[in-house]
Design a protein around this ligand. Structure first.
Ligand SMILES: [Mg+2]
Length: 105
């Protein structure tokens, strides 16, 4: 299976919003998308915390929650005025410069 691109995820998210949730991506504000993203990351962190405590946790469940966060991130970034690919590339470059690395995306 080919790697997933931000564009594919954004396109599928938009389609699913419209034909699954019966609303447009734009119907949610940046705050709506950001809080949804935070909620998904929080769900993943909760599972990771349980794992740290030695509780039995399905690792696929952690991956699912992080994937849910990825689903929310796509619409959140355009709503805030930046495409996800451009935002990740820009931030990665800034962080590389901060740590003295020449690695860029
Ligand atoms: Mg979830």
């Amino acid at each position: 299976m080919a790697d997933l691109t931000f564009q594919q995820l954004a396109r599928a998210n938009r389609q699913r919003c419209e034909n699954g949730f019966r609303r447009a991506v734009e119907d949610w504000s940046p705050t709506d998308w950001a809080t949804a993203l935070a909620a998904e990351v929080g769900e993943a962190c909760n599972l990771i915390q349980k794992l740290r405590r030695g509780e039995e946790v399905d690792l696929d469940a952690i991956a699912d929650e992080l994937a849910d966060g990825g689903d929310e991130r796509g619409p959140a970034l355009p709503a805030a005025g930046a495409g996800p690919g451009a935002a990740v590339r820009r931030k990665f470059k800034r962080d590389s410069r901060r740590v003295g690395s020449d690695v860029e995306l």
